[in-house]
Design a protein around this ligand. Structure first.
Ligand code: PMP
Length: 427
């Protein structure tokens, strides 16, 4: 059997950075990633048999824990009938009906294969529908790796210090206007100047790619009013927050109705799935009912739909999000207590089942604050808890995720590991 180290050495020979998605490589925290052999409930096991309590959850999808029997069995049943048809299939219709039922602003939906595809398609629709070219995004927000979005982007782009990527043509980047998150006055000023050229504004309604930063009171409402006034579309990127912060997503939690919404992660139950949807009059402009083109060989794949539908059943159980939020609160309050005991400046943010840990005395509500937290201390802390069997996202600029499979004992074990790791890490 290969060790983690042996696998990583082989991977480095044949995969850029040894991985298929950058943040997995541990570059910012240092050291080498482990290779997962299997996952179940709140846990991952690496190829050497070490168990980790997992707070990454495949970067969001695993809100009911890994390898949930209902999701696995739905996939097993679907697989028996074939892997892909290239014709319409019944599960796609049920999926569209389920999403539109659970997210009231979404009247029609188009399934795609990733969050990136969903956001790229949503801005094409915004541009096509408005006849305008410019889009607005927020510093530190990540919307996948489309050209238009790799401008002052979060997640891996922020982690590795290349928030605007080489390879994005200037002509494309020039059409992306960026704003500071949670600063309504800045948005008002930009719209006053360029509002008539703006096709759409895309935002993570709870930012999760510069660590976790909730919107301040009235912020999303303010953006809604601005977009309406200037004829720009408001696009909520709920790839991360959809079915993570509440049933119906951040838009239901904060009571703000976007024109378009993008999804991914949870709606695929762990399979490669994304979706975009919104107002009927907009969605009907997508081919073949309208002229704006977007397509996909594997879109609406029957196995992926089966996984997603099983997942969307599980999260509709009464009290699911209350319990998830209560556990997340227990975890965050516990981390805060541990840091206070150790005398380390620290704060947390949380919404539903997502959270952020900051080595910073301030409550963080902006990108500028997030980037001034003590990342060197985070990196030492990350490794300290990792060697005690706790897997946090390997970057100070990612949100953490809890699942319904995390038990009180898992949380207690995590906090004990955090106590020991912090005593070591604070030096
Ligand atoms: N939007 C948001 C808010 C995300 O968090 C992500 C991925 N983390 C994406 C879009 C891109 O999704 P994918 O990685 O599936 O392309």
């Amino acid at each position: 059997m290969s060790t983690n180290h042996e696998l990583f050495q082989r991977a480095l020979q044949r995969l850029p950075g040894g991985v298929n998605s950058p943040v997995r490589a541990f570059k910012s925290v240092g050291g080498e990633p482990f290779f997962t052999a299997r996952a179940d409930g709140a846990y991952l096991w690496d190829v050497e048999g070490t168990r980790y309590i997992d707070y990454v959850g495949s970067w969001g999808p695993m809100v009911v824990g890994h390898n949930h029997p209902a999701v696995r069995e739905a996939v097993e049943r679907a697989v028996k009938d074939g892997l892909s048809f290239g014709t319409p299939c019944p599960a796609e219709v049920t999926m569209a009906e389920t999403i539109t039922k659970l997210v009231p602003s979404v009247e029609m939906v188009r399934m795609v294969n990733s969050g990136t595809e969903a956001t790229m398609s949503a801005i094409r629709l915004a541009r096509g529908a408005t006849g305008r070219a410019k889009i607005v995004k927020f510093e530190g927000c990540y919307h996948g790796h489309g050209d238009s979005f790799l401008v002052k982007a979060g997640s891996g782009a922020l982690t590795f210090g290349v928030p605007t990527s080489p390879g994005v043509p200037k002509a494309s980047a020039d059409l992306t206007l960026t704003l500071p998150y949670n600063d309504l006055a800045a948005a008002q000023a930009l719209f006053a100047e360029q509002g008539d050229d703006i096709a759409g504004l895309i935002i993570e309604p709870v930012a999760g790619n510069m660590n976790c930063i909730p919107p301040v009171d009235g912020y999303l409402q303010g953006l809604r009013e601005l977009c309406t006034r200037h004829g720009a579309l408001l696009i909520f990127d709920e790839v991360m927050t959809g079915f993570r912060v509440a049933l119906g997503g951040a838009q239901v939690l904060y009571g703000v109705t976007p024109d378009l919404t993008t999804f991914g992660k949870i709606i695929g139950g762990g399979m490669p799935v994304g979706a975009y949807g919104g107002r009927r009059d907009l969605m009907e402009q997508i081919a073949p009912s309208g002229p704006i083109y977007q397509a996909g060989t594997l879109s609406g794949n029957p196995v992926a739909m089966a996984a997603g539908l099983a997942m969307l059943e599980l999260i509709q159980v009464a009290g699911f999000y209350d319990t998830l939020a209560a556990r997340t609160r227990l975890l965050c309050d516990g981390f805060q207590l541990v840091a206070d005991e150790a005398g380390v400046p620290f704060s947390t943010n949380r919404v539903g089942g997502m959270f952020g840990l900051f080595f910073s005395a301030e409550q963080v509500s902006s990108y500028a604050q997030a980037t001034t937290a003590d990342t060197a201390l985070f990196n030492r802390f990350f490794h300290g808890v990792l060697k005690r069997g706790i897997y946090l996202a390997p970057s100070a600029f990612e949100a953490g995720f809890l699942s319904s499979a995390h038990s009180d004992q898992d949380i207690a074990d995590t906090l004990q590991a955090a106590r020991e790791a912090l005593a070591e890490a604070k030096g």
